[in-house]
Design a protein around this ligand. Structure first.
Ligand SMILES: Nc1ncnc2c1ncn2[C@@H]1O[C@H](COP(=O)(O)OP(=O)(O)OP(=O)(O)O)[C@@H](O)[C@H]1O
Ligand SMILES: [Mg+2]
Length: 464
């Protein structure tokens, strides 16, 4: 940032414009002013301002055009939109175009100065795009989202962060479960204590207990030294158990006992350790279904599901796609040391039309890919997006199975896959087997036959 950053303030309301200019000058900015579109464009042509503060409704045209041409010419210009009560949706559009924030009139002048300073400082995280007064929060720390669903989640975080209640986050892969868990921790009184994440599906079943509760030296073959478990490392902080559904019934019983007694014993030792943790669990499978079919303990389910947070898949909150995409473009350009690129309308449309089975993580990766493919151009076109997004029907339908060193049981992996595909189709068709068979290009009898052979989960579905 220059020692005295320059800002162009554009508003036809002379009085307000002058107030803003004076306040910014007091905070160390050099300020230029314009009262209409023509004047603003002329000034932008002649000088590379660091910041732009603009009202979208101007007497001779649309402030959005000024914003667009400022961003096209100076991708790094920090722009803030000022808007009246009726202008929130325009302001949101402006943010989608690349403005960093908007302020509802009347606003605190000092807030504008702080906002510009933060956005201009070198190590600025992407500026906080909150507009709480208007009731729309575009960003909650690192969580982006304008959709109703995300607004609800922001208010849940607000309500529960300071409490000690256990939270269970439900959501498909890549929907942001861990991000939400971390944000809850960061807003709790435990924020200066550890946040310990544990993925119950990532390590072999036999090691989960020792990993969670710790073990003494010699507790089992391979336990060459004593180790503390995740419960102990998370003491006084937050323990996040991801993919809790993958725990065996035996382990579920041990977890339940620990949570009830508020103490654990290291494997091989009988001295209890009293822990003080806040537990957040996450699952990408429907635990209620598992409770029904006996593969998840009902008592544990209720103990975990005190505050449920349901993260909808990205395809169910399309409103968030543009903003998220823009956010990832900024992050990716920044981490690659590039000046800011913008997405073309057709790239945005392609992103909006896609179904995102891998949710936000997939979107993040797609943008990373597109930025890399864009090279030196300032615009990210649709053509730079990954193949599976451009041609969804030709893209890989299933994630490749990675073969672990110890190999796999081919027959059981294949039957699991068959079962998953059949279940997915039955779910999609509300249990209608004829339609499900059509989706799979199988005959109805073959589908029914397979259901029987695979240990039919079909009780849940009425035969049609
Ligand atoms: N609302 C959001 N705003 C910004 N970034 C997000 C949002 N949701 C998720 N992300 C980002 O997407 C990526 C995936 O999120 P995260 O790891 O939290 O998902 P997850 O649900 O835990 O995934 P998995 O089920 O695979 O464990 C992360 O890089 C995260 O920062
Ligand atoms: Mg996760």
């Amino acid at each position: 940032m220059r020692s005295q950053p320059t800002v162009l303030v554009v508003d036809d309301d002379l009085e307000l414009r002058q107030l803003v200019a004076e306040a910014l000058e007091q905070h160390g900015f050099a300020v230029a002013q314009a009262g209409d579109v023509a004047d603003a464009l002329a000034r932008l042509e002649g000088y590379a301002y660091d910041g732009l503060v603009i009202d979208l409704r101007l007497p001779d045209g649309d402030g959005m055009d000024v914003l667009g041409s400022a961003l096209a010419r100076y991708p790094e210009i920090v722009s803030v939109v000022m808007t009246g009560a009726g202008g929130v949706s325009d302001a949101v559009q402006a943010i989608k175009r690349g403005a960093v924030d908007f302020l509802m009139k009347p606003f605190q002048l000092s807030r504008l100065a702080v906002l510009l300073r933060e956005a201009l400082s070198e190590d600025a995280p992407t500026a906080t795009m909150t507009a709480r007064d208007s009731g729309v929060t575009l960003q909650y720390d690192r969580i982006i989202g304008t959709s109703k669903e995300m607004q609800r989640i922001f208010s849940t975080i607000d309500r529960v962060a300071m409490m000690n209640s256990t939270v269970l986050i439900h959501g498909e892969t890549g929907t942001g479960k861990e991000l939400i868990a971390r944000t809850i921790h960061e807003h709790s009184s435990r924020r200066n204590q550890p946040f310990v994440a544990f993925n119950a599906a990532a390590i072999p079943e036999g090691l989960v207990e020792a990993e969670l509760f710790g073990h003494i030296k010699g507790a089992f073959t391979g336990a060459i030294a004593a180790r503390i478990g995740r419960f102990e490392s998370a003491h006084k902080g937050t323990l996040f158990i991801d993919e809790v559904a993958s725990m065996s019934l035996a382990l579920q019983a041990k977890l339940l006992r620990a949570l009830q007694e508020r103490e654990i014993e290291r494997v091989g030792e009988s001295k209890p350790f009293k822990f003080d943790i806040r537990l957040i669990a996450a699952t990408n499978t429907d635990l209620r279904k598992m409770v029904k079919d006996g593969s998840f303990r009902e008592d544990l389910y209720y103990r975990l599901n005190v505050v449920p947070v349901v993260l909808p898949p990205l395809r169910a909150r399309k409103d968030d796609i543009a903003l998220l995409a823009q956010h990832f473009v900024k992050l990716s350009c920044k981490s690659n040391g590039l000046s800011l690129r913008t997405l073309t309308q057709s790239a945005l449309r392609t992103l909006m039309d896609y179904s995102w089975p891998g949710n936000i993580r997939q979107l993040e990766n797609a943008i990373e890919h597109a930025v890399a493919m864009t090279g030196g151009d300032s615009e990210i076109t649709a053509a730079t997006l990954p193949q599976e997004i451009l041609n969804p029907e030709r893209g890989t339908l299933l994630p490749a199975v990675t073969i672990p060193d110890e190999g796999i049981n081919f027959t059981s992996v294949v039957s699991q896959l068959e079962r998953d595909l059949i279940l997915q189709c039955l779910e999609k068709t509300g249990g209608n087997k004829r339609q499900a068979a059509r989706l799979l290009n199988l005959s109805r009898t073959t589908l029914i036959d397979k259901l029987h052979r695979l240990g039919s989960p079909s009780e849940d579905f009425t035969a049609v």
